[in-house]
Design a protein around this ligand. Structure first.
Ligand code: NAD
Ligand code: ZN
Ligand code: ZN
Length: 408
């Protein structure tokens, strides 16, 4: 089968690889009908989320049709149409049963403290092959597959695998209540969906910060008040727009590939730039691509620092952007301003019933942010376009070139 394969930092390719097989009675094999590219995949290729093994199939967002089930899978059978949540939990341990599927005690073969298990990630994330392929093996399938109702389309469902529940969790962690003011750093897919989720939770005003014109325009068209950080100082503008207090709730939807202002009022001095260069050494110990595509943001802690600086006294900061190394963190302001900071990997499975309800009822229309559909054979070009924020490239769906029958 064809799959997107990690070859090394800055280097991914489409390869013919063996189809997966059932390894445990709790596994299922899913024929992928659509997968997607995520900002997290970009961190791997940029070198800012290291540890992905050469040869690993990438991707952690997909929908498909169940092809085969292990003997212990009683709730699915061949032909069922499913969405695959990005993180993997056993469904039975104390963490899964409390809705903390990303902290499952059982799913990571390296032990309960090894970290969140997800498809197509670094070895410490469980060493599972990813979903940008024609078939995938899903462990603990009874708990990790979610049946799709017929009225939810593929274009809606593919965004429910990761991005919609992640953004919803970000808005919930931010404790957004009716009439709150909310600021969202990052207008990639996660930030854009977080705008929709903040509005759903009743936010009175939503501010969106980025430096990519087309993404800011998308945020504006969904009702956010936009701030371009290469033109204005986001901290000053947010203060100004909130009568001096700052927004009540702030979401960091950027993570380790944050950039700082390259021009304008927020442009930093040489000393601060040196600090970001030091951070880069921690974040990308295996190096970054020499040139061309997949260049890291270069200022890893910038969005997090802005988030904490801009939030109102007594406010909440929700960190959904991924971080891969210890970075400077303004703990003094957290204490001084009585802030609440919440962070974490999404517990996708926990939010899935709620997401099905929101999408089925038309309250959230995730397909609005799906801007591209490409065959999987064009995935490398699609990665490049998504990486350089090509106008119009918000969320990319990858489709297998042909749904041929599986080799016996
Ligand atoms: N915690 C989870 O479970 C989870 C799940 C999915 C994605 N994520 C993470 O969420 C983050 C966003 O994902 P995405 O797919 O939207 O990625 P993306 O790369 O498409 O979007 C990031 C956006 O942030 C903008 N940006 C860069 N520096 C900024 C700054 N200083 N201030 C404001 N905006 C800035 C970029 O221009 C870009 O538009 C990534 O870190 C990804 O790994 C986390
Ligand atoms: Zn993702
Ligand atoms: Zn578990």
């Amino acid at each position: 089968m064809k799959a997107v394969v990690f070859q090394g930092i800055g280097d991914i390719s489409i390869e013919n690889v063996p189809e997966p097989k059932i390894k445990a009675p709790t596994d299922a094999i899913v024929r992928i009908t659509a997968s997607a590219i995520c900002g997290t995949d970009l961190h791997f290729v940029r070198g800012t989320l290291p540890g992905v093994k050469k040869g690993r199939i990438l991707g952690h967002e997909a929908i498909g049709i169940v092809e085969e089930t292990g003997a212990a899978v009683r709730n699915f059978r061949k032909g069922d149409r499913v969405v695959i949540p990005s993180t993997v939990g056993c469904g039975s341990c104390v963490y899964c049963r409390s809705g903390y599927h990303s902290q499952c005690n059982v799913a990571n073969p390296q032990g309960p403290s090894a970290g969140t298990v997800f498809f197509g990630g670094p070895e410490k994330a469980g060493g599972l092959d990813g979903l940008q392929a024609e078939y995938a093996r899903v462990p603990y399938a009874s708990a990790n597959l979610v049946r799709l109702p017929a009225e939810i389309t593929d274009d809606q469902a593919i965004l429910m695998s990761d991005i919609l529940p992640t953004s919803y969790m970000a808005a919930v962690m931010a404790e957004i209540k009716p009439s709150d003011t909310a600021a969202i750093y990052g207008c990639g897919p996660v930030g854009l969906f977080a705008i929709a989720c903040a509005q759903h939770l009743g936010a009175g005003r939503v501010f969106a910060i980025d430096n990519v014109e087309s993404r800011l325009e998308m945020a504006r068209s969904h009702g956010a008040e936009i701030i371009h950080f290469d033109r204005e100082d986001p901290l000053a503008v947010l203060k100004d727009l909130t009568s001096g207090s700052g927004p009540d709730r702030v979401i960091d939807a950027v993570g380790t590939d944050a950039a700082t202002a390259s021009k304008g009022l927020a442009k930093i001095g040489k000393d601060e730039n040196k600090e970001f260069q030091q951070e880069m050494k921690k974040v990308a110990p295996e190096g970054t691509p020499a040139g061309g595509s997949f260049q890291p943001g270069g200022a890893p802690s910038q969005a997090l620092q802005w988030a904490i600086e801009s939030v109102a006294k007594g406010g909440t900061v929700s960190v959904i952007g991924v971080y891969s190394a210890p970075l400077p963190f303004p703990i003094d302001q957290v204490v001084e301003k009585n802030l609440t900071v919440k962070a974490g990997n999404c517990n996708h499975r926990r939010y899935m019933p709620k997401m099905l309800e929101l999408v089925r009822s038309g309250i959230i229309r995730p397909e609005q942010f799906l801007t591209q559909t490409q065959p999987i054979v064009s995935a490398i070009d699609a990665y490049r376009a998504f990486d350089r924020h090509q106008p119009g490239w918000i969320k990319v769906k990858l489709e297998p070139s042909q749904h041929q029958r599986r080799a016996a």
